[in-house]
Design a protein around this ligand. Structure first.
Ligand SMILES: Cc1cc2nc3c(=O)[nH]c(=O)nc-3n(C[C@H](O)[C@H](O)[C@H](O)COP(=O)(O)OP(=O)(O)OC[C@H]3O[C@@H](n4cnc5c(N)ncnc54)[C@H](O)[C@@H]3O)c2cc1C
Length: 528
């Protein structure tokens, strides 16, 4: 039995073609959460975090994924060439990734993340510098001074580099307007950064965290990353890595959903969706059949959203969304996976300076069951279109010869097998002005919401951005269906002296809360 007159039809987003004519119109036929069905399209971090939050809120969720496993761009699979389950690329998170951590806690896998606060930089020839927080006896140095002692003693930087970095960091203590049209490259030029500071810090840190050239990065995004990773607190900058393959980590999401009566449909490619105004239902056409639900979340990368757009119902605002999608560009990340017959290094990970390779991850140490079976290293090259253009054998040969410059043990070791994974569409770029092309969770269609790392989260293309977008979409649905809930995990508070430093003109990340609701309750069509 449905309880009468408890629910309201809410105003829809003004771009919506199916716009309600009256506001706050009483509606009989309230569905309880358990009767509300939502289809989440896309089993990446965005889709999983939305699906799990909604299932927790009591909705019945079907999570639809075109591949046979969860994780999307952050996943693992059995690579046929090496007969091993490997990640498509090492994925790291940081202490400041509160929504990703929140999602991991929700699905019960948080303890599978190994955390470290130290970063070893290695020069060709093997000279090492250690970055990370320092203590004064039993006391932690207050932020942002916590990272200073190790930076000052790092041999990877000359005195001129250190002064240049100190100049830039002090400038970043002042707020950066979030609508600044300046690129990081131009800002660094204005702040007179040396070649050493550019090559050993800015290009490496930015290449990894934002995966783009410094001239193609909007200053506010760079400022956010630098403040979070190096200034706000020691914990915010600590790095986390999964101790299990990524898809094993995300199997936790599947179990979470099943325990709550929800389901995951694998190998199900969504090709089109139709909205029926009368029944307020979505019919979702997949390659293998048809699905129905009252609510829809599109948690797809920008390219897949653009492909689906022509197969969605006409709606005011759809064209504007299409124009936003066209503004996005992707950047590549490559990873070279090498198996040696012996130990190459006792380091868990390292930043590799002055070569094509950027990061080394020692998977034999990160994944405990691999111990004693030779050495499996993963080498990551960020934002390099030239490396991505190399043939497989050339890329592997280059990686092995560069690795030997950092770790002499490579020369005597036998390379047993190798794999190269090129992710040409790894991340979207964040050039100046990109925020105008990042829509909120509210879509042009009724009862349909958007998620994905590229939507308006204030974060660059990361798992944290994806998790935020999923939580924002779940909040938008719950708010709009009359069961307001908060899923967005709060940002970490800056510590030490950073408590008194403002980050920017406007806080990003929760900016798309409350922008319309876009939800039509079932049966509301007849009330217009
Ligand atoms: C090589 C590489 C390295 C990276 N390193 C890091 C890192 O270290 N740290 C970090 O935070 N981030 C990293 N990222 C970025 C991070 O992986 C992404 O930002 C994040 O995973 C995006 O999640 P998403 O859910 O928004 O999109 P996706 O992961 O792309 O998920 C979308 C899902 O939708 C599915 N799909 C697409 N079309 C359809 C359809 N029509 N029907 C049904 N399903 C469909 C896809 O198969 C996919 O599973 C990296 C990315 C890559 C590729």
């Amino acid at each position: 039995m449905r309880s009468p007159a408890v629910c309201t039809v809410r105003i829809l987003d003004p771009r919506n073609a199916f716009r309600a004519k009256r506001l706050e119109e009483p509606l009989s036929g309230l569905q309880s959460n358990s009767e509300k069905t939502v289809t989440v399209v896309g089993g990446g971090v965005a889709g999983m975090s939305a699906a799990c939050a909604l299932a927790e809120a009591g909705l019945r969720v079907q999570l639809v994924e075109r591949r046979g496993y969860l994780g999307g761009r952050a996943s693992s699979y059995r690579h046929p060439g090496v007969d091993e389950v490997i990640d498509n690329c090492q994925h790291v998170l940081f202490g400041c990734c509160t929504n990703l951590s929140g999602f991991y806690h929700r699905i019960g896998v948080a303890e599978k993340i190994q955390w470290t606060s130290e970063m070893t930089m290695i020069e060709p020839g093997g000279c090492r510098s250690l970055l990370g927080p320092s203590r004064l006896g039993p006391f932690e140095l207050p932020a942002p001074l916590h990272a200073l002692p190790k930076l000052l003693t790092a041999s990877a930087f000359t005195l001129a580099d250190k002064l240049a970095l100190a100049r830039a960091f002090s400038a970043l203590l002042r707020p950066v307007p979030s609508d600044s049209a300046e690129s990081l490259g131009s800002w660094l030029h204005r702040h007179k950064q040396t070649e050493g500071a550019l090559n050993h810090f800015w290009r490496l840190v930015i290449a990894s965290a934002l995966n783009a050239d410094i001239d193609a990065i909007a200053l506010p995004y760079a400022a956010k990353v630098i403040r979070e990773l190096f200034m706000n607190s020691a914990f915010a900058g600590s790095m986390g890595m999964s101790t299990v393959p990524l898809s094993e980590l995300y199997a936790g999401a599947e179990e979470f959903l099943k325990r709550r009566g929800s389901e995951v449909l694998f190998n199900t490619n969504v090709e089109a969706a139709e909205w029926d105004e009368e029944s307020a239902q979505w019919t979702i056409n997949t390659r293998t059949g048809t699905l129905m639900s009252g609510l829809l979340v599109l948690a797809l990368p920008f390219e897949a959203t653009a492909r689906l757009l022509p197969n969605m119902p006409p709606a005011a605002g759809a064209e504007a969304l299409g124009a936003q999608l066209e503004r996005h560009r992707h950047w590549p990340i490559c990873s070279v996976h090498l198996w040696f017959d012996r130990e190459i290094t006792t380091l868990d990970h390292a930043v590799l300076l002055d070569r094509e390779l950027h990061w080394m991850y020692n998977k034999s140490r990160l994944q405990p069951w691999r111990k004693g079976k030779g050495s499996y290293l993963e080498l990551v090259v960020s934002a390099s279109r030239s490396f991505a253009a190399l043939e497989r054998n050339d890329a592997i040969a280059l990686a092995v010869s560069e690795l030997a410059e950092f770790f002499p043990a490579v020369a005597a070791a036998k390379l047993e097998k190798a794999a190269l994974i090129k992710e040409v569409r790894a991340t979207f770029g964040v050039p100046p002005g990109i925020d105008a092309a990042r829509p909120s969770a509210v879509s042009p269609w009724p009862n349909c919401f958007l998620a994905g790392d590229w939507t308006a989260t204030g974060w660059p293309s990361t798992m944290e951005s994806a998790a935020r977008s999923g939580h924002l979409a779940a909040e938008a649905i719950c708010n709009a269906t009359g069961d307001p809930r908060s899923f967005l995990d709060a940002d970490l508070k800056p510590t030490g002296l950073m408590r008194w430093m403002r980050a920017g003109n406007r806080e990003q990340g929760s900016g798309n809360r409350g922008q319309g609701t876009g939800v039509r309750e079932q049966g509301s069509g007849s009330r217009e």
